[in-house]
Design a binder for this molecule. Structure first.
Ligand code: F6P
Ligand code: MN
Length: 333
């Protein structure tokens, strides 16, 4: 089986970019080790602090964030990093060109139940125009030059795109290397499996409400086929299932909390996952626009997410055309 670096060399990925990706993987191996130690590592449970977005922070979130951030900056190849756990952009080498946005430990509430979690990353280049701090990162998802995630599940996997399809690698703990296990990830166009947090149903807007209601009606309804549902409550592992065996993953805008109509973050959740899904032949949208076309205005901005098998995303989007409603993700004037 092929090791990661020769595979990326073969794909003509620039050497410095390979080094940045490899640095993320060195940090990931350490995180994977600590996760596998579980309670034995003595780092599980919540700290008393809250992260910048008001969610309870687990100790391993803090450790993972610190590790990834410092290792990336030490390479001298990174101009700036943005993380879910950091209020502001952290600057690195002024002469370097890479920008890395990451979610150090996505789905961290799964740590307590020994469930899957992951590290999501998106790599951009310094823009041509003069920009500083946050402005550096305010680029559309289409500008990403690489994106992926490391899934810490029963096995530790890297799922990566550098704009030339999607590859999956599995960590061989005995040699400490990621080996190529899926050369070309291809999403089936059709699916009979969906992922959504159904407990938010009464807060959805009418397009999503009608769409899910038709899926639940199965072969007795207009879709004339039965659908299965899965929800791991960690985007990284829900999207991994979609990339592995097709499906549709949704976290739509809702009106549960008008201050926060969307849950998932554009820069380090929605954009990198959209890049992977599109590179695997799938589709990704907010319901109204393609996610990777969105011009961000903040590094921590949140978006509505509908992604996965192309034909199924298209049929969901059909409901957004058919049922007009007020968009909870658009500020009211
Ligand atoms: O990062 C946010 C996140 O943990 C995602 O990984 C996941 O999809 C979602 O929140 C789970 O949200 P909920 O609590 O609604 O299941
Ligand atoms: Mn997350």
């Amino acid at each position: 089986m092929q090791r990661l670096i020769p595979v990326l060399n073969n794909d003509h990925v620039p050497l410095h970019l390979i080094s940045v990706i490899n640095t993320l993987l060195i940090a990931a191996k350490e995180i994977s080790f600590r996760l596998h130690q579980g309670s034995l590592a003595g780092t599980l449970g919540s700290t008393l602090d809250e992260n910048v977005q008001g969610e309870t922070q687990k100790k391993l979130d803090v450790v993972s964030n610190q590790l990834i951030k410092s290792m990336l900056l030490e390479t001298n190849l990174v101009h700036a990093v943005a993380s879910e756990e950091e209020d502001f952009v952290v600057m690195g080498n002024p002469d370097a060109k890479y920008l890395v946005a990451f979610d150090p430990l996505d789905g961290s509430s799964n740590i307590d139940i020994n469930g899957s979690v992951g590290t999501i990353f998106s790599i951009l280049e310094k823009p041509d125009h003069p920009a500083e701090g946050t402005e550096l990162f305010l680029q559309t998802g289409d500008e990403q030059i690489a994106a992926g995630y490391i899934l810490y599940g029963p096995s530790t996997m890297l799922v990566l795109t550098t704009g030339n399809g999607v590859k999956m690698f599995t960590l061989d703990h005995s040699i400490g290397e990621f080996l190529l296990t899926v050369e070309k990830v291809t999403l089936a166009e059709q699916t009979q499996e969906f992922a959504i947090n159904m407990s938010n149903r009464r807060f959805w807007t009418s397009p999503m409400e009608h769409y899910i209601s038709d899926l639940l009606s199965g072969e007795l309804g207009v879709r004339k086929k039965n659908f299965n549902m899965r929800w791991n409550a960690a985007m990284v592992s829900d999207v991994h299932r979609v990339l592995s065996r097709s499906g549709i993953f949704m976290y739509p805008a809702d009106c549960k909390n008008p201050e926060k109509p969307c849950k998932l973050r554009l820069m380090y959740e929605a954009n990198p996952m959209s890049f992977l899904v599109e590179q695997a032949g799938g589709r990704s949208s907010t319901g109204y626009e393609r996610i990777m076309s969105i011009q961000p205005t903040d590094i921590h901005e949140r978006v509505s997410v509908i992604m996965g098998s192309r034909a199924e995303v298209d049929s969901c989007l059909g409901y957004y055309k058919k049922y007009q409603c007020d968009r909870p993700d658009t500020p009211k004037v």
